[in-house]
Ligand binder design. Structure first.
Ligand code: MFK
Length: 492
């Protein structure tokens, strides 16, 4: 695939350029006029153009491969992300916005914004922001303070958004409370706004840029703090239920996050393996030192499990979007989305920590570019819902949307089909013990239940992954796939 080839060559070269020329905010021009210009480097723009031309968002909506279009599109993302200096982030939000418009948008949004978001022409391609976070809360979105005042053409928004990733996007989806509406997430509404008033994106649309954020990683990406001073906005769908509506968007970005985590793990492991083939210590190549080899194998095992997990969710997403998913599959997708995000978001941090260590002291030194891998991994367990928030979302889906029933049924059906009866019994026994202790906890008070959510989110993820690995191995009949499944189950 051409994107794979480019990821190893020209896209990779852009990473250094983008990282060495981080965005800059110029607040005033030479004559003291407030301009709030965010300058991004050429490489950052090149990434957006490349993504558009190669359909990294568009191919999901062209649906050339019908229900498998998502698998195809996420495979492109998988190749693109590790060489993208996190230009994958605006693409995630762009994709989420396209999906939200597809679900809730009127004809006007579908004819204009949507066409820009899925364009393959860099001249007409738009990216979108997803402005949810306010000073009052990042995880707790319900108390958001942005107000929407009715105007003759629509609404005008007033408020401050504390983190706006990729702030140079041409549009954004955001939340605001229409004056007089109730408190909490249900009183918020979903809005569409255009960030600039001119095509060249130089004149902000009643928006002030307060500052750019100085972040641990994602340094090539402009993340800004913005104040909306009467920004014209259009209501998306009916008023209210803004949190529920924007979940359509963040359920897409959460899968992007999981794909990107898996892709980033693979890149780190590839570098660590390459180094191990070249570096000598104690008279041998590192790869021939048994403990080092075992450490690399364990990293690889984790990546394999995560890969199957996230592509299972991606397959369901594609089915759902093509209206081919039945109710059970929709419920399963709902619950797997937070699970794949939380599980892979933590794994990428753990695996990348090992990658750094596998280079010894060199991994800690900036000019090897290895530290950047860890900096950029850290955000993957934070944005789009932290591990704890997503563990609670798993419980929400388990309880409210028959997520547990769908999850258990899918797991049992897969396990019942296994040919390897020893493996089957092992899995059944592990499931029995985990599900019984889960049911015991679910009888307790809400505080106890919540305190155990993360523990069970990881356990359920790991057992589900075991079932995916053995199912895959029984299909391919490859020795290495069988070994992978057996090694995974031994970790319980
Ligand atoms: C390389 C990869 C790049 C990835 C892109 C990175 C871009 C970065 C941009 C950002 O980071 S944007 C900020 C991301 N912020 C979050 O993800 C917010 C995290 N917090 C949560 O997810 C909380 O769980 C949540 C805000 C949803 C809690 O909201 P509420 O209103 O306190 O909870 P509530 O009342 O349970 O939910 C409101 C409704 O939404 C309910 O429906 P009903 O009104 O019908 O009862 C919920 O069922 C529904 N809901 C909540 N989460 C849902 C959901 N529905 C479907 N899917 C979900 N995940």
């Amino acid at each position: 695939n051409q994107v794979g080839e480019d990821a190893a060559t020209k896209l990779l070269q852009l990473v250094d350029e983008a990282e060495s020329q981080p965005p800059v905010l110029v607040q005033y021009d030479s004559w003291g006029k407030r301009i709030d210009q965010i300058k991004v480097c050429r490489a950052w723009r090149d990434y957006e153009a490349y993504a558009s031309q190669n359909g990294i968002v568009a191919s999901a909506y062209e649906r050339e491969f019908d229900e498998f279009s998502r698998v195809y599109q996420m495979s492109l993302l998988y190749l693109f992300h590790p060489s993208s200096a996190l230009a994958s982030c605006p693409l995630a939000m762009t994709d989420g916005a396209a999906r939200a418009i597809e679900v809730f948008g009127d004809e006007e949004l579908k004819e204009k914004a949507y066409q820009h978001l899925i364009s393959r022409n860099p001249q007409t391609f738009w990216t979108s922001g997803q402005w949810m976070t306010e000073k009052i809360g990042g995880s707790d979105v319900g108390p958001s303070e942005t107000i929407a005042k009715k105007t003759k053409d629509g609404y005008a928004l007033y408020g401050t958004k504390w983190f706006t990733s990729a702030a140079t996007s041409q549009m954004a989806m955001t939340l605001a409370r229409i004056e007089g509406d109730t408190d909490g997430g249900r009183g918020l509404s979903l809005f569409y706004l255009e960030t600039f008033t001119d095509k060249e994106c130089t004149k902000w649309n009643h928006i002030e840029v307060l500052r750019l954020k100085d972040k641990l990683g994602t340094r090539a990406m402009p993340t800004a703090e913005l104040t909306l001073n009467g920004t014209p906005a259009k209501l998306v769908g009916d008023p209210g239920n803004g949190v529920r509506k924007i979940s359509t968007l963040f359920n897409i970005t959460r899968i992007y996050n999981a794909i990107s985590s898996v892709a980033q793990m693979r890149r780190g492991i590839a570098l660590a393996c390459d180094f191990a083939e070249k570096r000598k210590a104690f008279g041998k190549k590192l790869i021939d030192l048994p403990l080092h080899k075992k450490t690399l194998d364990d990293m690889d095992l984790e990546w394999r499990g995560c890969f199957h997990f996230v592509f299972k969710a991606t397959t369901l997403l594609g089915k759902d979007e093509c209206k081919k998913a039945n109710k059970h599959e929709q419920e399963l997708l709902r619950v797997l989305t937070p699970m794949v995000k939380l599980y892979t978001g933590k794994s990428v941090v753990n695996v990348t920590t090992e990658v750094v260590e596998s280079f010894g002291g060199a991994g800690y030194i900036e000019d090897t570019k290895i530290p950047r891998l860890l900096r950029d991994a850290q955000v993957l367990s934070i944005w789009e819902g932290t591990t704890n928030v997503l563990s609670l979302d798993m419980l929400r889906a388990f309880k409210k949307e028959n997520g547990y029933g769908a999850f258990e049924q899918d797991f049992q059906e897969r396990v019942n089909k296994l040919k390897d009866k020893t493996f089957q019994n092992n899995l059944k026994n592990i499931w029995k013990s985990v599900s019984e202790s889960f049911q015991e906890v679910m009888k307790k008070d809400e505080e106890t239940i919540q305190s155990q959510a993360r523990h069970f989110a990881f356990l359920f993820s790991r057992i589900y992954i075991a079932s995916l690995l053995i199912e895959f191995a029984e299909k391919t009949k490859e020795k290495s796939d069988l070994e992978t499944a057996h090694r995974w189950i031994k970790t319980f």
